[in-house]
Design a protein around this ligand. Structure first.
Ligand code: PTT
Ligand code: SF4
Length: 607
């Protein structure tokens, strides 16, 4: 095989052993890589009903045929597992030198199972591996771990670690790389912690075998040049994703006060222009010339890397309007290895519960000191922190009194930073996302603004599906960053050319779409298999707040989603995906996608 290394490194932490195992070309051609490899491995090898935090669960670091090759934005890594937060498929996409080094070490994925008897570091160097004692690192932040390991290993070593949130099995703990790339929102850091795995260090020295290396070199250089010439390039370098704060405020979809409102009176204090005044540098993933991580000095004079999502969830959603304070909360999230989205969502939930008198703790909107204290309590699972550490779905179940209406999640994953009181397309994207409420698979809200926010129609369903297949399927499988295409308009033809130069094979966009469909359908089957008799279509419906409580502020005051119309869109969505009225892939759909074996494993009662 060219383009793929053809090997996974399978690691058993219980036995302190590892094996380089070849996989078939068939797997590569049908699932491509990244998310495709991850779901296929989980489907085939994870016993249904496995406890996400048990040694039997698998933690997968997966790359694709375009990862690490030196073409634009190719330093990306899919981190996947059965999620402890949702109980379904979970993954995240993080920029890391580990993505590049895994490939150079001769693998396409690391598949880690078992549990070490005490904290360890897994160090992989080409075809050698060792398990190093990490007892002294246990309890340390992801930044301290990165510093210590960076000093020990080569400058470009791939280092992934967890902080105390991962160690203490906070259900929305992530894994962190390069002090600011944080991935695996649905608790991939907790899975790593459950295995007593504090860090993974990967070093590779082998060239990746490509079908047409000279052509790839030329295409890569041309690609970087093309990106530089894109009209939006310089503004992107200035603000990255932060320009979205202003856009969302203008369009009434900026999550504010636990998604009660879509506008924030202090939005200017946390927007991209304010950030520009504080910015000290750009940071980013490997092999990228459009680095979008905005580094600012926080309220304590320390570096913090800001993106749209973390700023909003730790800003307007919890009433903080001072960006240097938001930056401090964000740095804490990175150090502890929390997902900043779920963290902000959980804090917003606690603030609302406090406001309504449902909990004894007093934590007011925007109370910076109280928020900081709560973050420590969540990381160390103390008091209210222990309840929130389980995620808002579980916190609402514990608190009761109607709080599930405003526990802002889908399938247990906290909603990311778009208010959908009047965005049925975006609401559908959240409802049907592969991992729970995340925008990564279908960020359709800017398109929806142009198409007509209030409409519930087939065009929206089509757009959600097309976006999911491209972003959630193709980009997650290739595995490269989707921002060049999504944010600067880097044409899709580049990727088919890169694939040919890498693998020697010609993939049309239609074929890539079909692979995307196969991956997303298998992910859906995984959810249904794991949920068993608890599976039902209501799991694809966003929280009731958006349907029952109209906005009371801003230009779209009075806006609210219509449940009947949302369900009608969901019906069309299922029908177009070839899924039953209960959201389960039909046998003929599975067969068409080459997944006939999957059909027999799905419980017929769920269909
Ligand atoms: C992603 C999610 C996002 S999505 C953001 S900001 W975004 C938040 N960032 C966090 C952070 O930072 N620290 C922290 N402790 N928690 C955070 N949680 C949030 O995590 C990220 C970029 C971004 S920035 C986005 S949209 C794009 N996402 C991609 C994707 O999903 N796939 C893909 N092929 N390319 C992508 N490119 C972009 O990557 P998760 P990163 Mg993150 C400080 O990982 O789990 O997917 O959650 O990975 O390396 O930081 O890159 O406005
Ligand atoms: Fe990473 Fe941003 Fe570059 Fe994408 S554009 S590869 S997220 S730094």
């Amino acid at each position: 095989m060219q383009g793929w290394n053809g090997y996974f490194l399978k690691v058993d932490l219980t036995k302190s052993s590892a094996t380089a195992e070849p996989y078939t070309e068939d797997l590569a051609l049908n699932f491509l890589g990244g998310r495709g490899f991850a779901i296929k491995i989980l489907w085939d090898t994870l016993k249904p009903g496995t406890d996400s935090l048990s040694p039997e669960n698998k933690l997968i670091f997966a790359t694709g045929p375009l990862t690490g090759i030196g073409l634009p934005n190719s330093g990306k890594l899919v981190i996947a597992s059965k999620s402890p937060l949702t109980g379904g498929y979970g993954d995240g996409n993080s920029g890391s030198w580990a993505a590049v080094e895994i490939r150079k070490a001769g693998y396409d994925a690391l598949v880690i199972e078992g549990k070490a008897s005490k904290p360890v570091i897994l160090h992989v160097k080409d075809r050698t591996w060792e398990f190093l004692d990490a007892v002294d690192l246990w309890g340390k932040s992801s930044f301290e771990v990165e510093d210590q390991l960076r000093a020990k290993y080569s400058k470009l070593a791939g280092i992934i670690s967890i902080g105390p949130a991962g160690e203490n099995l906070v259900k929305f703990a992530t894994v962190v790389s390069q002090k600011g790339r944080s991935g695996g929102r649905p608790g991939m850091g907790a899975v790593m912690g459950s295995k007593n795995l504090k860090a993974v260090v990967v070093e590779g020295t082998q060239p990746i075998q490509l079908a047409y290396p000279d052509e790839m070199k030329r295409l890569a250089i041309d690609g970087y040049k093309e990106l530089l010439a894109k009209p939006l390039f310089s503004f992107w370098k200035r603000q990255g994703t932060m320009s979205t704060v202003e856009w969302c405020q203008e369009n009434s979809c900026l999550p504010t006060f636990n998604y009660k409102q879509g506008v924030f009176d202090k939005a200017e204090g946390i927007n991209g222009f304010t950030m520009e005044k504080m910015k000290v540098s750009n940071r980013g993933c490997p092999q990228c010339n459009m680095t979008c991580g905005n580094v600012v000095k926080d309220s304590e004079g320390k570096d913090s890397e800001l993106d749209y999502e973390n700023v909003v969830m730790l800003g307007s959603n919890i009433g903080v309007g001072d960006l240097s304070q938001v930056a401090t909360l964000n740095r804490l999230a990175d150090e502890f290895s929390f997902d900043a989205i779920s963290l902000g969502n959980a804090i917003g939930f606690a603030m609302e519960a406090s406001e309504k008198g449902l909990i004894s703790e007093n934590i007011g909107w925007g109370d910076f000191e109280a928020i900081k204290a709560l973050i420590y309590d969540i990381a160390y699972r103390r008091g209210l922190g222990a309840v929130l550490a389980e995620g808002v779905r579980s916190a609402a179940a514990a608190i009761g009194k109607g709080s599930s209406d405003w526990a802002m999640h889908v399938k247990g994953l906290e909603i990311s930073a778009y208010d959908c009181h009047i965005a049925p397309g975006m609401a559908l994207a959240y409802g049907t996302s592969a991992i729970g409420a995340h925008h990564k698979d279908a960020w359709v809200i800017t398109w929806e603004q142009k198409a007509g926010r209030e409409k519930y129609d087939e065009e929206k369903v089509d757009h959600v599906i097309q976006t999911q297949l491209l972003r959630g399927g193709t980009f997650e499988a290739l595995t490269v960053c989707r921002f060049p295409h999504g944010s600067l308009g880097f044409e899709l033809e580049w990727y088919t050319k890169y694939l040919r130069a890498s693998t020697g094979k010609i993939f049309s966009m239609e074929e890539l779409n079909q692979i995307g469909d196969r991956i997303l359908t298998l992910i859906r089957a995984f959810w249904v298999r794991e949920y068993g008799s608890k599976w039902n279509r209501d799991l694809d419906v966003p929280p009731m707040r958006w349907f029952k409580e109209p906005l009371t502020e801003g230009p779209l005051k009075g806006a609210v989603l219509d449940l009947e119309k949302y369900n009608a869109m969901l019906d069309i969505y299922y029908q177009k995906r070839g899924w039953s009225k209960n959201g389960v892939p039909k046998r003929e759909t599975l067969e068409k996608l080459g997944l006939a074996d999957v059909a027999s494993q799905l419980s017929s009662s769920s269909v």
